[in-house]
Design a protein around this ligand. Structure first.
Ligand SMILES: Cc1ncc(COP(=O)(O)O)c(C=O)c1O
Length: 280
């Protein structure tokens, strides 16, 4: 890995030299939030929506967004390579406290870290992937993009150990989301995705897909998906900023419909790629 430049607390430094205190509350408690923002050939994708979600995540943990959209843009610019498809990883923790105490300390500065990496094309986009359903073991505030991801990691790891690309999570008998993605299912010809509430992260990719579906007359709705409806769905997708729209062709060891990537996925993926191009 090259020793590329990253941003830490107002400075641009080589990655090797970016250091934080062990008293940082992100390190001690996972007390912070993050964002992942795609940047295609230098163009940040739905940047304002990502900034708005960041502001909401920060508010969710009692913090204030320290910068305006324009200021964030200025911070990110030096990290971006305009000839690549990349994503910005931004992490904000509550900062470094004098002692380890659960209650929020007064008057500390947040720790702000950002880096930019290339998006690697996801193997399985054209062929589809396997997924498993798992009980959603996470907390009550999944709408906050919190850096404390241990439950997500355990769930994803269980999927990987079962040779699956993603875990689709079920809470009280209904689908919430993937370990690191939102879920869409084609049910009776309608594209359905769970409602936005504190059980899921409001994915930016999810919102873009809903907008594009509406514009292109693909029937869609936000609604509960029961675990049994998921089993009989004719298509299942998992979506995220870095992997985009991934078709699931096998769920819990059973083929989704005929076990091949569905026609609605092909249509939506074409529309999505064209939309991305139109923003460059
Ligand atoms: C738990 C979870 N849900 C949904 C998403 C998708 O969000 P976005 O489309 O904004 O990347 C992610 C992305 O990493 C995620 O971690």
């Amino acid at each position: 890995m090259t020793n590329k430049t990253v941003y830490l607390n107002g400075h641009y430094v080589p990655l090797d030299e970016a250091k934080i205190s062990v008293m940082d509350r992100g390190f001690l408690f996972g007390d912070g939030v993050y964002e992942v923002i795609p940047c295609y050939l230098g163009h940040l994708f739905h940047f304002q929506a990502h900034v708005d979600r960041l502001t909401a995540s920060l508010a969710g943990i009692g913090m204030v967004n320290p910068y305006s959209t324009q200021q964030w843009l200025e911070i990110f610019k030096p990290l971006i390579d305009n000839s690549e498809n990349q994503y910005i990883y931004l992490q904000i923790t509550r900062g470094v406290a004098p002692k380890r105490d659960h209650a929020f300390p007064d008057n500390i500065q947040p720790t702000i870290f950002a880096m930019c990496n290339n998006i690697m094309p996801f193997a399985g986009l054209e062929t589809g992937v396997k997924a498993i359903t798992l009980e959603d073991s996470r907390w009550k505030f999944c709408n906050i993009k919190a850096i404390a991801l241990l439950a997500h990691l355990l769930l994803r790891q269980e999927a990987v150990e079962q040779d699956c690309a993603e875990a689709i999570l079920i809470k009280d008998g209904v689908v919430t989301e993937g370990a690191a993605s939102n879920v869409f299912a084609l049910i009776d010809g309608v594209l359905v995705t769970p409602l936005k509430d504190n059980r899921i992260l409001a994915g930016i990719t999810r919102d873009v897909i809903l907008e594009l579906a509406e514009k292109n007359n693909i029937p869609c709705r936000e609604d509960n998906i029961s675990a049994s409806e998921l089993k009989t769905a004719t298509e299942i997708w998992v979506t995220s900023s870095t992997r985009e729209i991934i078709p699931v062709v096998e769920l819990d060891g059973n083929p989704v419909a005929d076990g091949k990537v569905g026609t609605v996925w092909h249509t939506m993926n074409t529309i999505f790629q064209a939309y991305k191009q139109s923003l460059l």
